[in-house]
Design a binder for this molecule. Structure first.
Ligand SMILES: *Cc1c(COP(=O)(O)O)cnc(C)c1O
Length: 341
C-alpha cells in the first residue's frame, strides 16, 4: 500500500482533510443505506436542531499500522456500543452497531494511504458523529439525522514523549449529578471550554473535576479518565455515574490484571486520599496515558513521588503494554484488535 507523502514524524494534532468520509441519513423513521463520499461539507437549515439545541454526539478511535504491516483499529465494538447508548440518552435514533463498524472499516480502507506507517508515532484518528439536522424551533428532538465518519492523520499527542503535567482542581463542574457526564455528547465539551481556557491561562494543563454532588470525590478531567497507583502497586480508578466510560481505562484495567498481575480497584476515590498515591495518570484514546506529576488544589500542591521528569514505573508498564498490544508487538486479548482487510 503506497502512503501519502507526509512528514509523519512531525504531524500535529490538527484536522487535515482526507479523501473519503462515510455519510448516512435518517429520514422518515429509518437510516438510508449510507456510503462513502469525497464531500467534506455539510449543508443544513439555519434552524437545524444541532445548531439551536446542540443535539449531537461523537466517538473517537484510531487506526494504526502494526509491526507486521496490518492496518487495525482497537476495540471499535466498544465505540459502537457507547455511541448507541449516547444516542438513546439524547433521543437520537441509534446507529446499528454492525453498521457502525462497517462504516469505520469503509472509511479506513478508503483512506489507507493516510494510515501512518508503523514506528512513525502518528496514527489515523477516526471521528464518528451524529446530529439532528432538520429545523427545530420548539424544543424537541429532531426528526432527521446525519451520521458521519471522517478520519485525519495525527501526530503523537505529546511530542518528544509524555512529560508529567500539572493539573488543577476545578471550581467548575463537568457534569451534573444524574446528568450527561456518562455519555459522549458535544454539550459536555461546549461547557468545558471556558474552564479549560481558564486553567491554561493560569498555567495548568488540565482540570481535575470533583464529583458535582459533594465535591469530595475525584471524577475525571475534561476529556480523560484518571488512574492512580498506590504505594504498594495497586491500580485504583474512580467509579461514578457521571464519568465517561473510557475504553482506554477499561482496557488498562484488564492489562493491569491480566498482563501485569496487579490488583485493580474501581471504586469511589475520595480527594482526601489522593496525597497517599504514588502515581497518577490521565487516560484516553488520544494520548493513551498522560502522567500527572502534580495536582494544584487552590494553591496547595500535591506532588506525586514519581516526580515531574518521567512517568511513574507502573504507569510506564501500563503504557508500554497497552501500546505494545495496539501496535501488534504483544499478543492481544481476543477481539481487541480489529483488522481492516
Ligand atoms: C472520550 C472521553 C474519554 C476517553 O475515552 P476513550 O474511550 O478512552 O477515548 C474520557 N473522558 C471523556 C469526558 C471523554 O469524552
Amino acid at each position: 500500500m503506497s502512503k501519502k507523502n507526509i512528514d509523519w514524524g512531525n504531524l500535529d494534532f490538527n484536522y487535515r482533510k482526507t479523501d473519503y468520509r462515510y455519510v448516512a441519513n435518517y429520514k422518515d423513521g429509518k437510516w438510508d443505506e449510507g456510503g462513502l463520499t469525497t464531500n467534506d461539507m455539510i449543508s443544513m437549515n439555519e434552524c437545524a436542531c444541532v445548531l439551536q439545541y446542540a443535539q449531537t454526539c461523537f466517538e473517537g478511535l484510531k487506526a494504526y499500522t502494526t509491526q507486521d504491516g496490518r492496518t487495525v483499529t482497537f476495540r471499535p465494538d466498544l465505540n459502537a456500543e457507547r455511541m448507541y447508548d449516547t444516542a438513546l440518552r439524547l433521543e437520537m435514533p441509534p446507529f446499528e452497531k454492525d453498521r457502525f463498524i462497517d462504516a469505520i472499516e469503509k472509511v479506513v480502507k478508503a483512506n489507507e494511504e493516510w494510515v501512518p506507517p508503523y514506528g512513525s508515532g502518528a496514527t489515523l484518528y477516526i471521528r464518528p458523529f451524529m446530529f439532528g439536522i432538520n429545523p427545530v424551533i420548539g424544543v424537541k428532538p429532531a426528526e432527521d439525522y446525519m451520521f458521519r465518519v471522517f478520519c485525519t492523520p495525527v501526530g503523537p499527542y505529546f511530542k518528544g514523549g509524555a512529560k508529567p503535567i500539572v493539573v488543577k482542581i476545578s471550581d467548575f463542574d463537568r457534569a451534573a449529578p444524574h446528568g450527561t457526564g456518562h455519555i459522549k455528547a458535544g454539550l459536555n465539551y461546549a461547557m468545558s471550554l471556558h474552564p479549560i481556557m481558564e486553567a491554561h491561562r493560569q498555567g495548568f494543563a488540565e482540570n481535575m473535576y470533583l464529583d458535582p454532588g459533594t465535591r469530595s470525590k475525584v471524577e475525571e478531567t475534561g476529556g480523560a479518565n484518571i488512574l492512580f497507583v498506590t504505594k504498594d502497586g495497586k491500580l485504583v480508578t474512580p467509579k461514578s455515574d457521571s464519568i465517561l466510560p473510557s475504553i482506554t481505562r477499561r482496557s488498562l484495567c484488564e492489562v493491569a490484571e491480566k498482563y501485569l498481575g496487579l490488583e485493580v480497584e474501581q471504586r469511589e476515590v475520595y480527594f482526601d486520599e489522593v496525597p497517599d498515591f504514588a502515581e497518577c495518570g490521565l487516560c484516553g484514546t488520544a494520548a493513551v496515558i498522560s502522567p500527572v506529576g502534580k495536582i494544584n488544589d487552590h494553591g496547595r500542591e500535591i506532588c506525586f513521588p514519581s516526580g515531574m521528569d518521567e512517568m511513574g514505573p507502573v504507569t510506564r508498564q501500563l503504557y508500554d503494554t497497552l501500546t505494545g498490544i495496539q501496535m501488534g508487538r504483544i499478543d492481544a486479548p481476543e477481539g481487541w484488535i480489529h483488522e481492516i482487510k
